[in-house]
Design a binder for this molecule. Structure first.
Ligand code: ASP
Length: 345
């Protein structure tokens, strides 16, 4: 049977057009996506499309959109072999991370892609990204199972695990990088899948489950030399906050001052989950490497290892949404759920 792919259009540059008055790019509802890329007919696949209404610039992204997306994939799961999500690049790493946690027992590819130039422009990167994403979503191993049964991001010839990538460039075609995990596939003359780093289920045939309970009461405290107690207090005492991502220096280090540590300790003691994520794009938190990291560990800060901030944020959204018990939440956050981090202890 010919492969069937559902193309989900959410907005983003790939489908944008220039506003004739302001010349700024605005989301455009391109009703018939397939007309924009006639080459797609050559695949001989069944390609159906679904467009969100309204389509958005992804800087307007909101968790309620992720819930709609998860519900849509759940509803259409048995009807398609794979899904391609056309999405703006600005928050693609957040959305791909979110969907990776929201879709449990996923056994089909969900490939996010977009572009830096609209698909209607001559030098667009959108066509190649779009066409290769469809090919990846449809690709099968000799045993008939998909090559990539994961939520992933395809951009500029590389396929990344969705919850491992970050947007690194606002203008180059190479807009994404996966600093701490190898690419799942590389598109050259052939698409080469790196099967040893792709996650495959132990047993196929499990039913997809979706988690749509989300709690966004998370704050991010990015450290910098000269940070004031007032600023720290404002973030840590945000109304309703249940978890804080501490964006630390290097291998997970923070000031040793009483001013700083006493504030974080108070926060932990009142039952807020405080997760240590490094500001460095590459490498991991290791709270035993330096005295400054040990001090954080001793007051109950937990390690995010080499997780991205994007992924840590949405992982917290999901587990705060699922559980009330603080120890359960901490335990889930420190557990590798969808390959989002590599533990180093
Ligand atoms: N602002 C656009 C968006 O994220 C940028 C892009 O798609 O590249 O929707």
């Amino acid at each position: 049977m010919k492969p069937s792919i559902l193309i989900i259009y959410t907005g983003g540059t790939i489908g944008m057009k220039q506003d004739p008055e302001t010349l700024a790019l605005v989301p455009f509802n391109f009703e018939n996506i397939l007309d924009e890329v006639p080459e797609l007919k050559k695949f001989g696949y069944r390609l159906d499309t679904y467009s969100f209404d309204p389509v958005i610039d992804s800087s307007d992204m909101h968790p309620s959109f992720w819930i709609d997306l998860a519900n849509l994939i759940n509803k259409q799961y048995d009807n398609y072999d794979g899904f391609v999500v056309l999405h703006g690049t600005d928050t693609m790493a957040f959305s791909a991370s979110a969907l990776s946690f929201m879709l449990k027992n996923l056994e089909k590819p969900v490939v996010f892609t977009g572009s830096q130039l609209p698909i209607g422009m001559l030098r667009t990167d959108g066509k190649e990204n779009f066409i290769s994403s469809i090919e990846i979503a449809a690709a099968r191993r000799p045993d008939g199972h998909p090559f990539v049964p994961e939520v992933c991001v395809f951009f500029d010839s590389q396929l990344f695990r969705g919850n491992r990538c970050i947007k690194i460039n606002a203008e180059n075609f190479t807009a994404f990088e996966s600093p701490n995990y190898p690419a799942l596939a590389q598109a050259g003359i052939h698409i080469k899948f790196n099967e040893s780093v792709i996650h495959y289920p132990e047993h196929w045939g499990r039913k997809l489950k979706i988690h749509t309970e989300i709690d966004t009461n998370v704050a991010i405290l990015k450290l910098f030399p000269g940070i004031t107690p007032q600023y720290i207090d404002a973030v840590l005492n945000t109304d309703g906050v249940r978890a804080v991502i501490l964006e630390t220096f290097g291998a997970g280090n923070a000031p040793m001052s009483e001013m700083f540590l006493s504030r974080v300790k108070k926060c932990v003691d009142r039952g807020v989950v405080v997760v240590n994520v490094t500001q460095c794009a590459m490498g991991s938190v290791d709270m035993s490497a330096y005295a400054n990291g040990v001090a954080l560990k001793n007051i109950g800060v937990i390690s995010g290892y080499d997780i991205t901030t994007e992924s840590a944020l949405v992982k917290l959204f999901c587990f705060l949404g699922c559980y009330n018990d603080i120890e359960t939440i901490k335990n889930r956050i420190m557990t590798n759920i969808r390959g989002e981090f590599s533990k180093n202890d």
